[in-house]
Design a protein around this ligand. Structure first.
Ligand code: WT7
Length: 628
């Protein structure tokens, strides 16, 4: 390798790595894909084994472990019971107010079984979809696991989303039951989640039961016959700690999770019990090198795929100890994270470039206050990590001994697709090489491989067990969004631009579609624009992303006002707040520019790239399709 900026793993890291060699195993995994994935699946327990590892007779609706029966809970909890793992810590939680809760695998099983029995008593059945809208509380995780245990699918909606966004997702999933909390703590102040649920339900009749966990004790409005306090239900005889885990087909739905695309409303990606179990378990074991004695902290929110795969399922299947924290990273001081790493002896920390940049801003003296020598591996996800943040993380958090696992993946992929192993030489800013079994390529618009170092579309050339099965109730959209573009070749189109260098390392550049990554969160320009246009003063709008030091990207809106209205600073604030109310605070635009016209093609499509080039003072490129 001819790049100077390469960081080699230490002897110590290599010595203890679960996987000590990449090239040969990678070669084997793509030549004998089914054999490789059968061997990984053999490491888990199944009620009934598969008759075929991969059924590709109905592309792109691939079926993994066809004919097998399992339940992810069997591997995440049940099989640890009666082994020494039963009495080790499964889960440590710290509230923002300093409250600490700990659960052994035995206790986790009890909590999940109690929750599962309550859901059953509320009429939840196999195949139902339960919506979970909660802050980061232990009950959020118990609720997810309880759904899975009884064969219901969970749909977790991020607690930062607005009542409108929540309503859309409840309606799309037709959830009879919603699980929430009165609120949680954020920067010392209570949030008001139940209130948002109440607002959403005013406009919706499908929900019959709302279960509310008490966290803050703030007054909330409870409606007779619909609203139940979790602690009241827990006191009933039905809420006992024994519950059978329901047998599921490998291909049955485990959860759905909504994510934004380039068009229309967010789509619910469907993940299944079998393939997803194998994929999260394997990636966790090989990339994060998980050992039974590890304390693993994935600082994402369970409301995102990162939380599903690597707070909850991947680590529990591996019998590790997970840690999660309720609140803000800088509350009450910017050393909160490092204090907790020290206190609990966290050994692996997985977070986002945005979070790293946010903590970096306060300076390393906050890190140095604490003995964080328990850390042995670090991780990054969500967007490309800028080398400056990478180096800060490596030097000040990892003390130049912890390799950084920069993991590229998506809600759709279920788990890591491009990621190093602890033994992989690292280049800051590159997610390095494909994970086992994955064939990735950078291609031009015709689907042909581009030359080394050239930019193109990132594609996945072969199926993998973590892949989403479909878009909920919309097979057509699944095909259209991911498989149509390179239909001839049968490639999955990731929607990202990338380069592959002379060492086979992948460098992700960013989205090629109309999806914006703000602080690592994925938002569709179409959704943002329709939120802006729903403001009574707005006639037309366009939204683009521009670089931002902390967030990676920030949203900038361009607005044409309705006839006769005059632009003002006040109106700008109003529109920004309106978007935050419609979608949630993460979608709040950084700026609104009032314009008389928007650049459009003759067919009426907004040319966002022209707005962007103009804002950045760059060349506007080919304007031949511009209407005027
Ligand atoms: C998009 C997927 C997968 C969990 C979190 C995001 C971007 C993700 C990386 C990375 C560069 C990354 C891509 C991708 N992305 N990880 N390590 N380096 N870019 O899941 O919300 O489904 O977003 O996030 O653009 O397509 P998501």
């Amino acid at each position: 390798m001819n790049n100077e900026e390469i960081y080699y793993p230490s002897e110590e890291v290599i010595q203890q790595a679960n996987v000590k060699e990449y090239d040969k195993l990678y070669q084997y995994s793509i030549e004998e894909r089914e054999a490789f994935w059968a061997e990984q699946a053999e490491k888990l327990e199944w009620y009934k084994k598969w008759d075929k590892v991969l059924d590709d007779s109905n592309k792109p609706f691939y079926e993994w472990y066809r004919g097998a029966e399992t339940n992810i809970i069997h591997n995440a909890i049940d099989r640890h019971l009666g082994t020494p793992t039963q009495n080790k810590l499964a889960y440590i939680w710290e509230g923002e107010d300093g409250e600490i809760k700990t659960y052994s695998y035995h206790a986790l099983n009890r909590e999940v079984s109690i929750f599962a029995n309550i859901l059953k008593a509320m009429g939840v059945k196999k195949g139902d979809i339960v919506t979970i809208y909660m802050p980061q509380l232990p009950e959020q995780i118990f609720a997810m696991l309880a759904c899975a245990k009884i064969g219901a699918a969970h749909s977790v909606v991020y607690g930062g989303f607005s009542s409108e966004a929540l309503l859309d997702r409840i309606k799309a999933a037709k959830s009879r039951v919603v699980i929430t909390a009165d609120g949680g703590y954020r920067r010392g102040k209570p949030t008001h989640l139940k209130k948002i649920v109440n607002e959403a339900l005013e406009m919706c009749s499908v929900v019959e039961v709302v279960i509310t966990v008490k966290r803050t004790g703030e007054a909330v409005e409870m409606q007779n016959d619909r609203d139940f306090w979790f602690h009241d239900l827990k006191a009933l005889p039905i809420a006992n700690g024994k519950c059978e885990t329901v047998h599921m087909k490998s291909t049955d739905m485990l959860f759905l999770l909504y994510t934004s695309g380039s068009t229309g409303k967010p789509k619910g990606l469907v993940h299944t019990h079998g393939g997803y179990s194998v994929y999260t378990a394997t990636t966790m074991r090989m990339v994060f090198d998980i050992k039974p004695e590890d304390r693993f902290w994935c600082a994402a929110d369970p409301g995102w795929i990162t939380g599903h795969s690597y707070i909850v399922y991947g680590p529990l299947i591996n019998g590790a100890t997970i840690f999660s924290y309720e609140g803000a990273p800088n509350h009450p001081y910017p050393d909160r994270w490092w204090r907790m790493v020290e206190k609990f002896g966290i050994s692996i920390l997985y977070t986002s470039p945005t979070a790293i940049r946010g903590l970096m801003r306060f300076g390393e003296s906050w890190v140095e206050k604490h003995d964080i020598s328990s850390l042995r591996l670090l991780g990054s996800v969500g967007e490309p990590i800028n080398p400056e943040a990478w180096k800060w993380y490596y030097k000040h958090v990892g003390k130049e001994k912890c390799p950084i696992m920069d993991t590229w993946w998506q809600t759709e992929t279920g788990g890591f697709m491009i990621a190093p192993l602890p033994i992989t030489p690292l280049k800051p800013g590159s997610a390095t090489k494909p994970f086992f079994g994955n064939e990735m390529a950078v291609v031009n618009d015709k689907g042909e491989k581009v030359a080394t170092g050239e930019q193109g579309n990132l594609v996945i050339k072969a199926p993998w067990p973590g892949m989403a099965a479909t878009v909920h109730n919309d097979d057509e959209r699944f095909v259209e969004t991911y498989w149509k573009r390179f239909e001839k070749q049968g490639f999955y189109s990731a929607g990202d631009a990338a380069r592959k260098d002379e060492d086979g390392y992948f460098w992700i550049i960013g989205r090629t579609d109309d999806v914006i990554k703000v602080s690592g969160y994925r938002l569709g320009t179409a959704e943002i624009e329709s939120a802006i246009v729903s403001h009574p003063s707005v006639a037309e709008a366009a939204a683009i992303a521009l670089p931002h030091d902390l967030k990676g990207n920030a949203i900038h809106g361009f607005v044409i006002l309705k006839h006769g209205l005059v632009a003002s600073a006040e109106l700008e604030i109003q529109i920004k707040n309106h978007v935050a109310k419609m979608m949630g605070p993460i979608a709040k635009p950084e700026s609104i520019t009032f314009v008389d016209a928007l650049p459009k093609t003759r067919s009426g499509k907004i040319m966002r790239r022209v707005l962007k080039a103009r804002a950045l003072g760059e060349d506007e490129g080919d304007l031949s399709t511009l209407a005027d």
